[in-house]
Design a protein around this ligand. Structure first.
Ligand code: ZN
Length: 85
């Protein structure tokens, strides 16, 4: 709720917004139609045979969402292609 009180989250948000802005500029420079711009969240977790503390905890609780995170971010693409649907 008090989002601004967590400086770490604020840094992540600012970095993400800069990335989006740069990406949009690049796409526009390439002549892409930004009305078809799409954004997708993605998260890469550790491999299922990983034995770090987080993954072991996830295994014990049988909840794969608790697994360690390798990468957390968003992907951008415009129009056709890039999507999984
Ligand atoms: Zn792990």
């Amino acid at each position: 709720m008090l989002f601004g009180k967590d400086p770490r989250k604020k840094v992540i948000l600012e970095r993400a917004m800069k990335q989006v802005e740069r990406m949009l500029r690049e796409l526009q420079d390439e002549g892409k139609d930004l009305t078809r711009f799409k954004l997708k969240k993605f998260q890469k977790t550790h491999f299922s045979n990983c034995t770090c503390a987080q993954c072991l905890e996830a295994k014990r609780k049988k909840d794969p969402h608790l697994r360690g995170i390798l990468e957390d971010g968003v992907k951008f693409y415009v129009g056709e292609g890039g999507g999984d649907e």
